[in-house]
Design a protein around this ligand. Structure first.
Ligand code: NDP
Length: 452
């Protein structure tokens, strides 16, 4: 049977674009891709990239104070949201153009339309055109979800935060995950009076407790009004503001309320049900180690499969799909020991097991150093950093590395290589320190602070 294409990709985000262009560019496959929104997907258009630019923008206020402490006679002026927003969106336009060109230059035919599946080898575009393909790859990503409660329609999400007409005077951010905690730091740094509600005991559930405590302390120290064990009961419009009643019955007034309480896979209305493609509890597409669904010609990668929802993981899954299907080299995706950064202020880099997870698994030693780094200490800033290694007593392998420090994301990329290679504590120890740096502590910690 002959098909219009060897591969039809639905979704032009990081994972879909990578799979499409590698399949077309490296193997000469005939590839098409459909995207209903902007090319680049969540990460480039409404996630990692604009978020990180906002982190950079928000860090300058503290830098001016540090510069003064270092002898510079400078004053912080006002932050112009308009000036920043204009540049931000111009940059996103530029990046979207690059994504489109990458596809074009690899010979991928793209359709600026929504696509859904009709059968195991056919997709239908929103204009009604049908296209056939030997393989179909679903890479439709995810979207923020706001729980339903009285007034929930007043909340914005991370999708809208990059498009605010003006910077609010006050904001409530609800949630304690990556997105809520990162935006609390950003808004606070930009001079917005920032409150964060988190329903649990400590933000960033699932990460190392000592690191979580240090991040929360640092955020509060920097000015975030962090209310733990608190959630929203209801919200009402009051003039231009939003009156929020919390679960303890207290009332607050905010200009903007942003919800970051998790994301859902974009797998609805794709025609999956009638084909028998299985969905999981959160609605995600169920796939095997090779990203294949129960329908052999249909694969899915990235956030729509809700495995590890990170851009570089979606890209890896896309590359592994091409290896498996187009290069005859079956390649499962390795989801173990993925280093990751959380761009809170203070920033965190982490790989492997938290102290709590490791302790539940086997006897461990914990090595940790917490100190005021030279640059901030000289400037009179209180913020401490954390360098922490979790070591297996039996194998001496480093099971986890947790860093809370300026530049922690950059550091963990490198430490992640050693941990992934199976480095032992003694391997770290025989590496000479780079002096004077913060990360040298990772190779100079002599005695465990705890054994368990
Ligand atoms: P997360 O799933 O990480 O966090 C959701 C947060 O919202 C949790 O604190 C959760 O509380 C809370 N929550 C859930 N439901 C409710 C509710 N009904 N009422 C109040 N609070 C609620 O989601 P995010 O949206 O922060 O991020 C989504 C994903 O995006 C992440 O898992 C990550 O993979 C990715 N991401 C990665 C980034 C990075 O690499 N730096 C940056 C941003 C996103 P509880 O803990 O009690 O469940």
């Amino acid at each position: 049977m002959s098909f219009d294409y060897d591969l039809f990709v639905i979704g032009g985000g990081s994972g879909g674009v990578r799979a499409a262009r590698v399949a077309a560019g490296d193997t000469g496959a005939k590839v098409a891709l459909a995207e209903e929104d902007r090319y680049g997907g969540t990460c480039v258009i409404r996630g990692c990239v604009p978020k990180k630019l906002m982190v950079f923008a928000s860090e300058y206020s503290g830098m001016v104070e540090d510069a003064q402490a270092y002898g510079w006679d400078i004053q912080a002026g006002d932050f112009s949201w308009d000036a920043f927003k204009g540049k931000l969106h111009a940059e996103l336009d530029r990046l979207e153009g690059i994504y489109r060109n990458l596809l074009k230059n690899s010979g991928v035919e793209s359709f600026d339309q929504r696509a859904k599946l009709v059968d195991a080898h056919t997709v239908e575009l929103s204009d009604g055109t049908r296209k056939t393909a030997k393989h179909i790859l679903i890479a439709t990503g995810g979207r923020p979800v706001v729980p339903e409660f009285p007034g929930s329609e007043l909340a914005i999400t991370s999708n809208e935060i990059f498009h605010l007409d003006k910077l609010p005077e006050s904001i409530l951010i609800v949630g304690g995950g990556y997105i809520a905690s990162e935006f609390a730091g950003i808004m606070n740094g930009l001079g917005v009076k920032t409150t964060q509600f988190y329903r649990g005991e400590q933000i960033l559930r699932g990460f190392d407790m000592e690191a979580r405590n240090m991040i929360a302390d640092g955020m509060v120290e920097a000015g975030v009004d962090l209310k733990l064990g608190t959630n929203v009961a209801e919200m009402r419009k009051e003039g231009d503001a939003i009156r929020v009643t919390d679960t303890a019955g207290n009332e607050h007034l905010f200009d903007v309320v942003m919800y970051a309480t998790g994301r859902a896979p974009n797998a609805d209305d794709l025609g999956l049900e009638q084909m028998g493609v299985a969905r999981g509890a959160k609605g995600e597409i169920v796939v095997d180690d090779y990203s294949q669904t129960g329908v052999p010609s249909v694969y899915a990668i990235g956030d729509v499969t809700d495995r590890v929802n990170l851009t570089p993981v979606a890209i890896r899954e896309g590359m592994a799909f091409v290896e498996t299907v187009f290069k005859g080299n079956p390649t499962p995706v390795d989801h173990d020991l993925i280093p990751t950064a959380i761009f809170t202020q203070p920033e965190m880099g982490t790989v492997g097991l938290s102290e709590e997870e490791a302790r539940a698994q086997e006897p461990i030693e914990v090595y940790a150093a917490s100190f005021k780094p030279m640059q901030q200490s000289f400037a009179g800033r209180a913020a401490k950093v954390l360098m922490k290694l979790i070591v297996s007593q039996e194998t001496r392998k480093v099971l986890g590395c947790h860093i809370v420090a300026p530049g922690a994301g950059e550091m963990i990329q490198l430490a992640g290589i050693a941990v992934k290679m199976g480095a032992t504590k003694e391997d770290f120890d025989r590496t000479v320190a780079v002096h004077p740096t913060m990360s040298e502590e990772l190779v100079t910690m002599k005695s465990p602070v705890r054994s368990a």
